[in-house]
Every structure is written in C-alpha cells, then in structure tokens.
Design a protein around this ligand. Structure first.
Ligand code: SAM
Length: 258
C-alpha cells in the first residue's frame, strides 16, 4: 500500500503492518498503549497492531483487557500490572525488556501513566537505557478540555484531589492560582462536595463538568459553582467525571504582544 492509497478497512491497515508506513515493533521496547474511555471505536489502528504484535501485555486488570482482546478477535499472554504490584513487577519487566521482549502496557481505560499505573515502569525503563514509546489515543482530560469551550492554551492538570479536607483545600487553592484552566478527575461521590468547595474558593469561575465522555449518556454541565449546585441538586450524580475550572479575569494567561 502506498501513502496515497486510501485504507479501505481496518483489516487492510493491519495486514500491511510491515509496509514502510507501518514499521514493525522494536524489540526491547515498552509501549504505553492508550485504550478507549468508553466508546470502543476509539481504539487506534496502531494500538490494535501493538497489542497484536507485542510479546506480552502488562494490564491493570487482566480480565478487562482480556475482554478487549476478545472484541478485537485475538489472544495474547497477559500479566497483571497495577498500583499494588507495580514495585514488585518492575525488575521482572525490565529484565524481559533487556532480553529483547516487546511489552505493551495498558490500563483499564485511557492513557497509561495519567492518574493510572505506567509512570513508574516508564521511568525505570528509561533509567535502564531502554526504549519507551507512546501509542497515543483516548485520555479523559484531553477529551474534556478539547470540547469544553474553555481556553486550551494554558492548563493545569491536577489528577485526583486528596480526600482529606486540609490537603484538598491546599491543593485546590494553589491550583486556582495557576494561569489558565484547572482540570481534575473526581469521583461522582465527591462532585457535590467539590462544587461547594468551589463556591467558597472560586464563586465567580466558569465550571464545566464533563460526564461519561464518549459513552451513551455523555453529558455536559456548565456554569458557576452555585448554578451547578442548583442544576445537579435534583438528581443523583453517577458515572465518570472530568471537572474543568475556567480562569478568573486575574489569572488569564499573559498574552504575548508580538
Ligand atoms: N488514564 C485515564 C485517562 O487517560 O484519562 C484516567 C484514569 S483515572 C483512574 C479515571 C478517571 O478518569 C475517572 O475517575 C474520571 O474522573 C476520568 N474518566 C475516565 N473516563 C471518563 C469518561 N468516559 N468520562 C469522564 N471522565 C472519565
């Protein structure tokens, strides 16, 4: 297939995996592979090929990844790699990479290393002089920021806030002082608490709640903390949320006059 020729279907693209446009996977490389955050159509052709051609998949939840592979129509050796065993797994994975094995790392959803396991093994592999590559794709906070309507040129990604009130308050207060949009992940059980915290700390800010992105019940809420408390008070909040906090007039990013 040459570069100008359109790809008719996924099969076509996959069957050409050794064509110059699609170089084979490199031995001894750790691939961090992004997977869908809801909609299965969001898996990339490269992610499929990487999962198919690697030697082993390190998965946050082997059962869940097994189901993904079932949908994709192939099997691979899986080993578990999650927050509670990542320290123990490290030496074994590094050893396999040194032996030339190709490892694909996936989490339950989205991009590995983003509020998910992945960063630790990526650092260890780099430290050991090994090759680490990203197979980019879905990421909840990027999806939310991109369609939020808020300025996207400066943002501060916080991940999950601490649960303890003191640490939460400190973390939120310092984030709110940053120029641009503050983006964070929050459990549906703490959205209401967060909106009340924002009503105190940032009552005038424009807040966007992105719920169940790419899924059947995707939904967006926009308004000040008080408006969102009002909007969400009449219903129980379920599902997954990204929270975006718009900048205040005083912390809009500086605009280059040139
Ligand atoms: N690594 C993932 C990524 O790239 O986005 C994030 C993993 S983190 C453990 C899970 C959190 O991401 C959820 O609690 C929620 O805040 C956010 N999230 C994941 N999928 C989402 C979706 N479809 N819609 C909204 N938020 C989502």
């Amino acid at each position: 297939m040459n570069a100008d020729q359109p790809m008719n279907n996924e099969e076509n693209a996959l069957s050409n995996s050794t064509a110059p446009d699609f170089p084979p996977l490199q031995k001894g490389t750790l691939y961090l592979v992004a997977t869908p955050i809801g909609n299965m159509e969001d898996i990339t052709l490269r992610a499929i090929r990487t999962l198919k051609d690697c030697d082993v998949i390190a998965a946050e939840d082997t059962r869940r990844t097994g189901l993904l592979l079932q949908r994709l129509g192939f099997r691979k050796p899986l080993l578990s790699y999650h927050t509670f065993n990542e320290a123990r797994r490290e030496n074994g994975l590094i050893q396999r990479l040194k032996e030339g094995k190709i490892i694909a790392l996936v989490t339950d959803a989205g991009s590995p290393g983003i509020s998910d396991p992945g960063q630790r093994i990526a650092s260890a592999a780099i430290e050991a002089g090994l090759r680490v590559e990203s197979v980019p794709g879905p990421c909840a906070f990027i999806a939310a920021l991109s369609a939020s309507g808020l300025p996207t040129d400066h943002f501060y990604f916080l991940g999950f806030l601490p649960h303890k009130s003191g640490q939460r308050n400190k973390s939120l207060t310092s984030a709110l002082a940053c120029p641009g949009v503050v983006v964070l992940y929050e459990s549906p059980y703490r959205i209401d608490k967060l909106l009340h915290e924002l009503q105190t700390l940032a009552p005038e800010r424009n807040i966007v709640l992105a719920r169940e992105l790419t899924k059947k019940f995707e939904e967006w809420f926009r308004g000040t903390p008080a408006e969102l408390i009002e909007k969400t008070s009449k219903r129980s909040l379920k599902g997954e949320f990204v929270v975006l906090i718009g900048p205040s007039d005083s912390n809009l990013p500086a605009i280059d006059s040139d």
